[in-house]
Ligand binder design. Structure first.
Ligand SMILES: Cc1cc2nc3c(=O)[nH]c(=O)nc-3n(C[C@H](O)[C@H](O)[C@H](O)COP(=O)(O)O)c2cc1C
Length: 240
C-alpha cells in the first residue's frame, strides 16, 4: 500500500482527553489535557505535559498535586470547554455544571461525573520544549461504582469513554478483545477441535493450560503487580 510522508509532528491517536483538576476544594481549576499517559506500573507513575502559559501551570508548580479525571462521550462538550477557556477568567466547575468531590490523598478535587480518577503527586518537572512534563506518582484511584461489576472488576465498556484523535472527539467503540486473547487456542463457544500437539505428546508430558493465561484477568487494571518472584509473562517479558 502506498504511504505518504509528512514533516515531523506530534501526532498519535487515540489520546485520552482527560480533565485535570488542580488547586483545592475552594479554589480549583480544570484543564483539558491530551498529552498524558502511564510511565511505570510499580511505582504507578504518570505524566501530564502542560504549557507554562496555562493558568493551571502556576497552580501545579505551587501545589505539586493534581487529579486526572477520565472523560466520557457524554462529557465531551465540557471537556472541550475546559480546553478552550482559561480558569484565569471563568469558573469552569460552575460553567460546566460539574461537581467537586473530595479526593482521598490530594487537595485537588475529583470530578464526581467522571468514571475514574487518578490522584497524583508530582515527583519531577522536566522542560521538554513547548510543554513542561509533570511526572507524578499515582497515590490513589477512585471509580464510579456503576462501572464496577459484582466481582469488583472495573468494566470500562460500561463507561462510554471519550477519545481524541487529531483535533476530533470520538466515543470509544466496541470491545474487540482482552489482554492475552491472542494466545487463546480456541474460543470457549466453538466446539473443541482435535489438538495434534496434545494427541501426539509422549505420555506424562505437561501441556500449557488455558488457566495459565486466564490468571491475567484477576489483576487490577492499573496495578499490574508481579505474580511472585521472577515471574514472567509469555515470551519472557514482564507485566505491563
Ligand atoms: C482536547 C484538548 C487537549 C489539550 N491538551 C493539552 C495539553 O496536553 N497540554 C496543554 O498545556 N494544553 C492542552 N490543551 C489546551 C488547554 O486545555 C487550554 O489552553 C486551557 O484553556 C487551559 O486552561 P487554564 O488556562 O485554565 O489552565 C488541550 C485542549 C484540548 C481541547
Amino acid at each position: 500500500m502506498a504511504r505518504r510522508s509528512f514533516k515531523a509532528g506530534a501526532l498519535t491517536a487515540p489520546l485520552p482527553p482527560v480533565m485535570v483538576t488542580v488547586g483545592d476544594m475552594e479554589n480549583s481549576n480544570i484543564i483539558t489535557i491530551g498529552w498524558t499517559g502511564i510511565l511505570s506500573t510499580i511505582p504507578p507513575r504518570t505524566y501530564i505535559s502542560v504549557r507554562p502559559e496555562r493558568h493551571s501551570y502556576g497552580i501545579l508548580k505551587r501545589t505539586n498535586e493534581f487529579v486526572i479525571n477520565l472523560t466520557t462521550a457524554k462529557l465531551a462538550k465540557k471537556v472541550d470547554y475546559a480546553g478552550i477557556y482559561t480558569g484565569a477568567k471563568v469558573d469552569k466547575f460552575k460553567e460546566c455544571g460539574l461537581t467537586k468531590a473530595e479526593s482521598k490523598e490530594v487537595s485537588a478535587p475529583t470530578i464526581a461525573e467522571c468514571p475514574l480518577s487518578l490522584e497524583c503527586r508530582v515527583v519531577e518537572v522536566i522542560p521538554m520544549g513547548t510543554h513542561d512534563v509533570f511526572i507524578a506518582d499515582i497515590v490513589s484511584v477512585s471509580c464510579d461504582e456503576s462501572i464496577i461489576d459484582e466481582n469488583g472488576k472495573i468494566c470500562f465498556d460500561r463507561a462510554g469513554l471519550l477519545a481524541y484523535a487529531h483535533g476530533e472527539y470520538y466515543a470509544l467503540g466496541e470491545k474487540v478483545g482482552r489482554f492475552g486473547f491472542s494466545t487463546k487456542k480456541q474460543s470457549a463457544k466453538k466446539p473443541p477441535q482435535k489438538n495434534k500437539a496434545v494427541e501426539n505428546k509422549p505420555k506424562n508430558t505437561p501441556v500449557a493450560k488455558e488457566t495459565d493465561i486466564q490468571e491475567n484477568k484477576k489483576r487490577p487494571f492499573y496495578l499490574d503487580a508481579p505474580r511472585g518472584k521472577g515471574s514472567k509473562q509469555k515470551g519472557g517479558r514482564k507485566g505491563r
